[in-house]
Design a protein around this ligand. Structure first.
Ligand code: GDP
Ligand code: MG
Length: 512
């Protein structure tokens, strides 16, 4: 940093530069905290955090009053905003004139590459397009300032030599150490604890907790990342790992160009770890694979896991991924039909022998499917609680996967039970499972910071409420209550900001 300084005291100092140009850093190195008035800091005072743009109007209102208050008392004040708006600069200059303070502008510039890199490395970066606009108007502002009539213009230019050209690759967590896990199978691959142990049944310890992995920020080491996450989950006491089944990353989770693996290939990889985790998908769209191929994949996974496979299956909902991959996407009613016949086909192929099958929706001349599952893989019928899906789950499923919102469960669970009665099935045969997307912090402060990073355009309070922002133990208590109030037996926990193996520790309190 090289500053030709000589700023008088008192002065009204206006910082000018794009996000990441080093304004706040420079101000902190040169002025006392009480002399600096920052729009970001004030957003955090009146809003949910420094980046709460909804709080901008209030923050700038306060900023104006603080700057004016200090200036009238002839106290130095540093205005830490972007400083790119000429009208605002003119008003601060006028205030300095009116109160007799020296009017100073500090222009902060750094090579664009450096500013962009710093922005990317920030906890919460400005979108690239916004930064481009800022950089453009910063260039314009730098030129205009000379003619505005300031008493002093200071240029602070950051030398980029210390910054490496490329961002260092993100750490991808600890390397997989298969020896560190509890092996549940003998060296010959025989299951030692008996196949197909059923998930915990909403007992005193609360429901079974399965980690659903929906994002894969695996950097340069996909296989190590996957193994590491599964091993850490097993160690932490999760009952299983579920992978999302999508062809393109869904907008609810991340950007379309982030990786999302084919789940059965990835689960086969995890099966080789030999943990006692249940492994499966949540949820597989019935449209992706012919039902027989799905039966084959799950049977193979069941054999490779020693009877720990499960499969979530749903009607599919996202047209874009079907169109993009050349897969048919029939209307909802047909997909619901397909779901029913798929579950029937899968069950027929898993049944004993090779005899022909003739059922309500499906007829097969033979049912030769080897390897046969070693256990009975749980079939979870998933859906956002559509009526028809509930009926399918009640008639044909081992479980019905629902949203975790208690108000939704108040409606959907009795409906599922009623469908079970209609189908002549004991409601106990159809487990209620839920997908929960919690904001999990190490403590209250960390939970709040995570909400701020995750909330997108939602208001912080809305996001925090919807995702029950809190500590792992608080979520665990909520899961216990879901087991008590609605008989939830398994909670699939999708942690939106799970970064990798080392991050599982944060979730340890979720499991008994
Ligand atoms: P602002 O958005 O303009 O207020 O920028 P900040 O002062 O917050 O700085 C943005 C990022 O650049 C932070 O991560 C700083 O640590 C970093 N930074 C700021 N000044 C310097 C500098 O002189 N040299 C280097 N290497 N990094 C800096
Ligand atoms: Mg700043």
């Amino acid at each position: 940093m090289s500053a030709t300084d000589g700023i008088p005291d008192p002065a009204l100092v206006v910082l000018v530069g794009a996000s990441g140009s080093g304004k706040s850093t420079w101000a902190a190195s040169r002025f006392r905290a009480s002399e600096i008035v920052s729009s970001d800091a004030l957003r955090a005072v009146v809003g949910s955090g420094e980046h709460d743009l909804d709080a901008s109007a209030d923050a700038f209102d306060l900023l104006d009053r603080i700057v004016a208050g200090r200036a009238r008392r002839r106290l130095s004040v540093v205005v830490d905003t972007l400083g790119l708006d000429p009208t605002m600069r003119r008003a601060w200059l006028a205030l300095a004139r009116e109160t007799g303070l020296a009017a100073v502008v500090v222009r902060l510039t750094a090579p664009e590459r450096v500013v962009r890199q710093r922005n990317r490395e920030r906890d919460r970066s400005v979108p690239a397009a916004v930064l481009t606009r800022q950089l453009r108007s910063a260039r314009r502002a730098m030129a205009e300032i000379d003619a505005e009539g300031w008493d002093l213009v200071v240029d602070v230019v950051h030398e980029p030599e210390a910054l490496p050209r490329e961002r260092a690759p993100r750490p991808v967590g600890r390397p997989a150490t298969p020896g560190a896990t509890t092996l549940e199978r003998s060296p010959t691959g025989e299951p030692m604890s008996g196949p197909a142990e059923r998930p915990a049944r909403g007992d005193r310890d609360g429901p079974e907790i399965v980690l659903q992995v929906s994002r894969f920020p695996w950097g340069e080491d996909p296989s190590g990342w996957l193994r590491g996450v599964a091993l850490a989950a097993a160690e932490a006491g999760f009952g299983g790992v579920a992978l999302m089944d999508h062809l393109i990353q869904i907008p609810q989770v991340d950007r379309a160009w982030e990786p999302i693996p084919e789940p059965f290939v990835a689960l086969g990889h995890l099966a080789a770890l030999g943990t006692s985790l249940r492994l499966g998908t949540l949820c597989t769209p019935v449209t992706f694979r012919p039902a027989g191929v799905l039966a084959k994949a799950v049977a193979t996974l069941d054999v490779l896991t020693g009877g720990h496979a499960f499969v979530g299956i749903g009607a599919g909902w996202w047209e874009r991924e079907h169109v993009a991959y050349g897969i048919g996407f029939p209307p909802a009613r047909e997909r619901e039909d397909l779901l029913e016949s798929a579950v029937e086909t899968v069950r027929a192929l898993w049944s004993a022998g090779t005899k022909p099958y003739a059922g309500a929706r499906v007829s097969l001349p033979e049912t030769t499917c080897y390897p046969r599952p070693v256990g009975t893989p749980q079939i979870l019928v998933g859906g956002s609680g559509k009526r028809r899906t509930l009926r399918t789950a009640a008639r044909l499923g081992d479980a019905c996967n629902l949203p975790s919102d208690p108000a939704a469960l108040d409606v959907l669970v009795p409906l599922l039970r009623a469908h079970c009665a209609d189908a002549g099935r004991d409601p106990d045969e159809v487990a209620v499972t839920v997908l929960d997307v919690p904001a999990v912090g190490r403590d209250r402060e960390d939970a709040r910071a995570r909400v701020e990073r995750l909330r997108g355009r939602a208001a912080a309070a809305t996001y925090a409420a919807r995702h029950h922002a809190g500590t792992a133990t608080e979520h665990r208590d909520r899961y216990r209550r879901l087991a008590e109030s609605h008989g939830v037996r398994t909670v699939f926990v999708a942690v939106p900001d799970l970064s990798g193996p080392d991050d599982i520790e944060r979730l340890a309190g979720l499991v008994p």
